[in-house]
Write a protein that binds this ligand. Structure first.
Ligand code: ADP
Ligand code: MG
Length: 249
């Protein structure tokens, strides 16, 4: 069993950056992609009607275009994730019912979970946490989606995504456990790095956990991961109850 506790200092500002970048990139990106697609279609049509771009040089040009298209598609995926996980405009913090937020996230992640596992909740009746509700939602949604995606599609039997809450020494502890593929020890160090992913294009961008880490850091909490390859993984989030001292005037 591998255990890795994360110091709460890295990437705290990634969320802010993410929101701005996603917003600015979206429009130019979509016309870039549609123009590349247009050129690709036109070239294919020209080539098949014998108008040009046959032969070796033609092939090189079409290959370069394919690479440009696939690179742009990758950027589209990243921007999509940045938008999911970026800050909402309402930054206000207040008392948040963590279990209600997890319920909502469970519904949002249901399409990912339903073909893979049972979703089991074990709530310990915890006090509210002083936080921004939508940021907490981004946090738990990502953990639930990761848990689901670690389990192969179509094999519900015996598989679980298990979420529990408990109150411990002034902290609300949320554990998200799955019966998925687990994490090899050499990857534990890299999990929270932006853009670290083991998932194929169109599924993962590697932004989720780095943004989770930022959200938790802002709240003065921490996250720990424990994993056994082939058996499953547990992420535990520790969130202090009450306002952090830095938030007081
Ligand atoms: P993404 O999900 O887009 O790949 P994340 O930052 O959310 O990015 O996760 C980074 C990587 O950490 C994943 O690609 C996967 O390898 C690993 N990971 C995260 N959660 C789990 C989990 N519950 N089980 C197994 N591996 C996980
Ligand atoms: Mg993820």
């Amino acid at each position: 069993v591998q255990e890795k506790l994360l110091a709460s200092e890295r990437l705290a500002s990634l969320g802010t950056l993410a929101a701005g970048v996603a917003h600015e990139i979206n429009n130019p990106l979509s016309y870039m992609l549609s123009n590349l697609q247009f050129v690709d279609d036109e070239l294919s049509a020209m080539t098949s009607s014998g108008e040009g771009l046959a032969g070796e040089r033609g092939q090189e040009i079409r290959d370069a275009l394919k690479e440009a298209l696939s690179g742009s598609q990758r950027v589209v995926d990243i921007v999509r994730d940045l938008k999911i996980y970026s800050r909402s405009s309402d930054e206000r913090r207040g008392p948040v019912d963590v279990q209600a937020v997890i319920d909502l996230c469970g519904n949002m992640a249901w399409s990912e979970i339903r073909h893979r596992a049972r979703l089991v909740k074990d709530y310990g009746g915890v006090p509210s946490v002083h936080a921004n509700e939508s940021r907490l939602g981004q946090l738990f949604l990502n953990l639930l989606i990761n848990a689901a995606q670690a389990i192969p599609h179509g094999d519900i039997q015996g598989n679980e995504v298990h979420v529990s809450t408990r109150y411990e020494e002034g902290q609300v502890v949320v554990a998200v456990r799955d019966t998925g593929e687990g994490i090899p020890p050499e990857n534990l160090e890299k999990l929270f790095n932006a853009f670290f992913t083991t998932k194929p294009k169109g599924v993962g961008t590697g932004l989720g956990l780095s943004i989770c880490h930022g959200i938790i850091t802002e709240l003065g909490g921490r996250i720990a991961v424990q994993s056994e390859p082939g058996k499953g993984t547990t992420f535990q989030v520790f969130l202090p109850v009450g306002e952090p001292p830095s938030a007081a005037p």
